[in-house]
Design a binder for this molecule. Structure first.
Ligand code: UFG
Length: 342
């Protein structure tokens, strides 16, 4: 019988791509999502791609009664991938308690139920935000954790600490935290992709919406950074490469191949690209022009960060394969399909 994996936030951007990959690797997927930042049509998309509709429950994991009820009825879950969380850095600065409540309370409820129902495996969505502006680049997993730049970033640091403490008290629980760099792009089918609600915060959906005519122009936040072209540098990883690493992490836990009961890995490409690189590459791969202007730096942005991925490459036997150009092309294909552009 297939191992049953609970994917919280499975209707979201990273969760839905991971659900597809899990199903394709013969896992049984069960999704919990409150649809606060997604739509049920993403579940339809997962079914369309894989031919299998994952079991889906719509509720909020902060609701302790509903969460406890859910776990009491699903005692055969073998592992959890916990994506469900708020993720907008800027919003977290203006609404910190919304972020602390949602991201922390849901994790407490999950860890409590893992303890109560002996669910031994957790893969946790973490972020390179835990490193702040690293002193040494590329940044590896041993770099010091810096004070968080935002309440959002702080919730990721606190979550990692909460998991570590839980594991110290309960040796039966094993966790892999995956520290993402900047996930971009969409599934090759263009059936699922990123669905930002309202004005996108992130660079790639802002570019694709501008080119699709939904936004007048892209603002490039700063060209006075200490980088070769003056714009900020990030490590942009394709969403399908990122999803693949989650399946590998789940398999590693289920096969008990993890070397510690709390492991953490950087998930990036190992390559840094500036905002202007991204715009130029997008134009080259799509043949479209990106209308942009340079504006002052965005508050809270780090200057440059990219991953040392050697630990994940070796230990997980995983490497991001998709080029920046193809990742951007997949994002554009998804936007075109969404907007009915030919
Ligand atoms: N940028 C622009 N214009 C925009 C949007 C972004 O110039 O309209 C720039 C940003 O200033 C930054 C780069 O594009 O230099 C990437 O910005 P994103 O908002 O796409 O991504 P961030 O690196 O700010 O944030 C991402 C995730 C967070 C995570 C963080 C960790 O969205 O969840 O990485 O660094 F915490």
């Amino acid at each position: 019988m297939a191992n049953k994996i609970l994917v919280t936030g499975g209707a979201g951007y990273i969760g839905s791509h991971t659900a597809v990959n899990l199903i394709e690797n013969n896992y049984e997927v069960i999704i919990v999502d409150n649809l606060s930042n997604s739509e049920e049509k993403i579940i339809d998309g997962i079914e369309k791609i894989t031919g299998i509709r994952p079991e889906f429950y719509q509720f909020d994991l902060c609701d302790i009664k509903k969460t406890n009820n859910f776990f009491a009825k699903h005692t055969d879950i073998k592992a959890i991938i916990h994506f469900a969380a708020y993720k907008a850095v800027g919003e977290s600065v203006s609404l910190p308690l919304k972020y602390y409540h949602n991201n922390i309370a849901s994790l407490i409820n999950i860890l409590q139920n893992m303890t109560d129902f002996n669910i031994p495996n957790l893969v946790f969505s973490s972020s390179c935000t835990v490193y702040g502006q690293p002193e040494k680049l590329p940044v590896n997993e041993n770099a010091p954790i810096q004070p968080a730049n935002s309440p959002y970033g702080n919730t990721k640091q606190i979550s990692e600490e909460m998991i570590k403490d839980t594991i110290l008290s309960n040796k039966n629980i094993n966790t892999i935290a995956l520290r993402y760099f900047n996930p971009i792009g969409a599934h090759k089918s263009s059936i699922i992709g990123e669905l930002p609600i309202g004005v996108p915060n992130n660079l790639i959906p802002f570019i694709t919406q501008t080119v699709a005519g939904l936004r007048k122009e892209l603002s490039v936040f700063g060209n006075d950074y200490n980088t070769p072209d003056g714009s900020a540098i990030r490590d942009y990883i394709h969403i399908e490469d990122l999803a693949e690493a989650h399946v590998i992490a789940i398999t590693r836990l289920l096969e008990q191949k993890n070397k510690q009961n709390f492991e953490y890995f950087n998930l990036g490409t190992g390559q840094g690209n500036s905002v202007l690189d991204v715009i130029n590459t997008f134009e080259k791969f799509t043949g479209k022009t990106v209308n942009y202007k340079i504006v002052p730096r965005r508050e809270g942005d780090v200057e440059q960060v990219w991953a040392d991925t050697s630990f994940a490459n070796k230990e997980l036997n995983w490497k991001a394969k998709t080029s920046l150009g193809n990742s951007l092309l997949s994002a554009w294909n998804w936007e075109k399909k969404l907007r009915g552009i030919h």
